[in-house]
Design a protein around this ligand. Sequence first.
Ligand code: GDP
Ligand code: MN
Length: 380
Amino acid sequence: MKLHEYQSKRIFAQYGIPVQEGEVAATPQEVRTIAEQIGGPVVVKAQVLVGGRGKAGGIKLAQTPQQAEEIATRILSMQIKGLPVRKVLVARAADIQQEIYLGIVVDRAAARPVMMASSEGGVEIEEVARTHPEAIKKVHIDPFVGLRAYQTLWLAKGIGLPPSLHRDFGRIAQGLYRSFVECDASLAEINPLVITSEGTLLALDAKIVLDDNGLFRHPDLAAMRDIDEETPSERAAREAGLSFVQLDGDIGCMVNGAGLAMATMDIIQHFGGMPANFLDIGGGARAERVATALRLILADPRVKAVLFNIFGGITRCDEVARGIISVLDEVRPNLPIVARLVGTNEAEGRQILESSGYRIITATTLAEAAQKAVAVARNA
Ligand code: GDP
Ligand code: MN
């Protein structure tokens, strides 16, 4: 779950990271009032859960409250990368001397968090990684030992920070690491962290991505979820307890178990097809959950064929078959369906599918199922 900039900044501030004074607003009038309270130039920033807002015109400086109101009127009617702007952050404008990058993510290969710093802040870090990888300094953090002072000093020196800022940089890095750990985040990022014209450090942007699996420990953070930012499919999936990720291909996949879902996607690609989604209906899925999952798949206009790959253990094949049929009765999709149902109550499941009157192509092995799905998607 991604947090907005203004939410991430509130959290960072609790960990001693310096941020601009500011407030979030949903109307141009509110923006004007906040700008009046701040006094002096402000920056008006679109709050949408995508990067590159600046480039898209979603971040603008205003000299007066009147100008802030006008800018807010424009920004609040924009869409950025398809997302309508519903809120803006109004903050005291900063005078920038230099933009730095500072962030933490989990390095899965190293099985520990990695802190990264770069003197090339402000642009997307992926871009820096591509064009000048040597400009990114990294330290891995031993979770049992924590972030050490020598590591933050090494980063500070590595990015050429003046010695007068090393202490403050160390404090900010420690605060960032603590917020990352205590929120169960998978990413915490300040881009840019700026050196202001007064020569102090200030977090101008903030991004936190929370690990959904840790959310149950943080009801306060879970309550920050902005349901306006979820696509209808994502919301339906979350509410039904399904793990669902939309992809670009044309074969809709419905599978039980994350590992089997991964294997199914791989094998579809192996046979020259492209999965339209990752979808794990979980163990013991009942007919209703299967139906929700199938509705999600069919809601994607790119889907040309559907592949069911169900390994019946706790999940019973007859329940899954009933779920499939109930949705087919409801939506009557006009596309080919390939089903591989094996395991518990396999025979009953197949019987339900075969006597349903729908043309469902069955398969017994995963390879056979994938090949059939690829073939029917290609001919569709
Ligand atoms: P992003 O484009 O979504 O990453 O949004 P950021 O908050 O990082 O802002 C993008 C860019 O706008 C920054 O890199 C700055 O160059 C500029 N910017 C943002 N806030 C201010 C500000 O208060 N003053 C000035 N002068 N520039 C700002
Ligand atoms: Mn940024």
